[in-house]
Design a protein around this ligand. Structure first.
Ligand code: NAP
Length: 286
C-alpha cells in the first residue's frame, strides 16, 4: 500500500503522514505544485499510489475575496486535474474540505449533516465547494472530508501559526483581544482529525464525511477556554463579526455533525475542550 500525501508540510499533513499505514510519500509544493497539472500527473504516474491524500489548499479566506482566480486555481481546477489523474490510476483520493461550504442559511442552529444543502458565503467557501463536487463527480473511489477550525502542533503552514498560538502570543504581549462571539463552530485538533481520517479511510466506505472534534463554541469562547486551561490572564472581550470587519463573510453557525462517520465505525470525537488540553500538553514550549 503506497499513499502519496500532497500538502504534507501543512499542519494537517504533518499529523496525517505518521499515522498512515504502509509506505507514505510526503510531497510539498516544490515536489508537486497542484496547479501544474502535467507535472502532477507525471509524478503520480511514476509513483503509482494506491491512495492520494490531498491536504494542500489555498487557505487565505480573506485574501480570496480579492483574488478568486488564485483560490479557484488551487481549490477547484487543480483538484479536478488531481481527481482525473486518480481516477485514471484507479486509486483512492482523500480530499479535505471545510465547514465554510455552509453559511447561506443564516437561521440554522443545529449541527449540519452531509445531506444538508451547502451554501457558501465567501469565495474561499465557494472554491472549496467546487473542489468537493469536482472530486465527487470525477473520481469514484473518494473520501471528501469536511473539517473545521484546525489547529495543530505544526501551525498552519501558509498562515504562519494557528488561532491558539496567536491568542497566547498576543496575550503574552499584553495586547487587548477582541474576538468574534457570533460565529459558532467546532475548533478541531489536527491530531484528532488525522486519527479519525485514517480510521475512515480504512473502512473503504467512500463518500462525503464530516470529521471534527465534538461540541461547539464561538471564537470568543474558544479563546476564553484556551486562556483558562493555559492559566493565562488576558484582556479578552467579545465583539461581533461586523465590528471585526473581516473582508470575507463567515458562517454564523457551521457546526458539523459527525454521525455519518460514527455509522461506519469511527469512534466518537473528543470534546473540543479536551482537545485543547491535549494540544497544550503536546506543543513545544516557546
Ligand atoms: N486551517 C483550517 O482552519 C481549516 C478549516 C477547515 C478545513 N481546512 C482544510 O483542511 C485542509 C488542510 O488545511 P491546513 O490547515 O493543514 O493547511 P495549511 O497548514 O495551510 O497547509 C496547506 C498546505 O498546502 C500547500 N499548498 C498550497 N498551495 C499549493 C499548491 N499549489 N501546490 C502544492 N501545495 C500547495 C501549502 O504549501 P506552502 O506552505 O508552500 O504554501 C501547505 O503545505 C485544507 O483542505 C483546508 O482547506 C482547514
Amino acid at each position: 500500500m503506497r499513499t502519496v500525501v500532497l500538502g504534507a508540510p501543512g499542519q494537517l499533513g504533518r499529523d496525517l503522514c505518521p499515522r498512515l499505514a504502509g509506505e507514505v510519500v510526503p510531497l510539498a509544493r516544490a515536489d508537486a505544485d497542484l496547479t501544474d497539472a502535467a507535472r502532477l500527473r507525471d509524478k503520480l504516474n511514476a509513483l503509482r499510489p494506491d491512495c492520494v491524500v490531498n491536504c494542500a489548499a489555498y487557505n487565505f479566506v480573506d485574501k480570496a475575496e480579492a483574488e478568486p482566480d488564485a483560490a479557484f486555481a488551487v481549490n477547484a481546477w487543480a483538484v479536478r486535474n488531481l481527481a482525473t489523474a486518480c481516477r485514471d490510476l484507479g486509486c483512492t483520493l482523500v480530499h479535505f474540505s471545510t465547514d465554510y461550504v455552509f453559511g447561506l442559511d443564516t437561521s440554522r442552529r443545529t449541527p449540519l449533516a452531509e445531506t444538508d444543502p451547502p451554501g457558501p458565503v465567501s469565495v474561499y467557501g465557494l472554491s472549496k465547494l467546487a473542489g468537493e463536487y469536482l472530486v465527487r463527480a470525477t473520481c469514484p473511489k473518494h473520501f471528501v472530508i469536511r473539517t473545521c477550525g484546525l489547529y495543530g502542533v505544526w501551525g498552519s503552514g501558509g498562515k504562519g501559526g494557528n488561532f491558539v498560538e496567536t491568542m497566547l502570543r498576543l496575550a503574552g504581549q499584553g495586547k487587548p483581544l477582541r474576538v468574534v462571539d457570533d460565529q459558532r463552530c467546532t475548533p478541531s485538533f489536527t491530531a484528532d482529525v488525522a486519527d479519525a481520517a485514517v480510521a475512515l479511510i480504512r473502512t473503504a466506505k467512500y463518500g462525503l464525511y464530516h470529521l471534527t472534534n465534538a461540541g461547539d463554541c464561538s471564537w470568543f469562547e474558544f479563546a476564553r477556554e484556551i486562556f483558562r486551561i493555559a492559566g493565562v490572564t488576558a484582556d479578552l472581550a467579545p465583539i461581533t463579526s461586523d465590528q471585526f470587519g473581516a473582508p470575507a463573510r463567515r458562517p454564523a453557525y457551521s457546526v458539523l455533525a459527525n454521525d455519518k462517520a460514527a455509522s461506519v465505525g469511527n469512534a466518537p470525537p473528543r470534546p473540543w475542550k479536551e482537545a485543547i488540553r491535549a494540544y497544550l500538553g503536546q506543543r513545544p514550549s516557546r
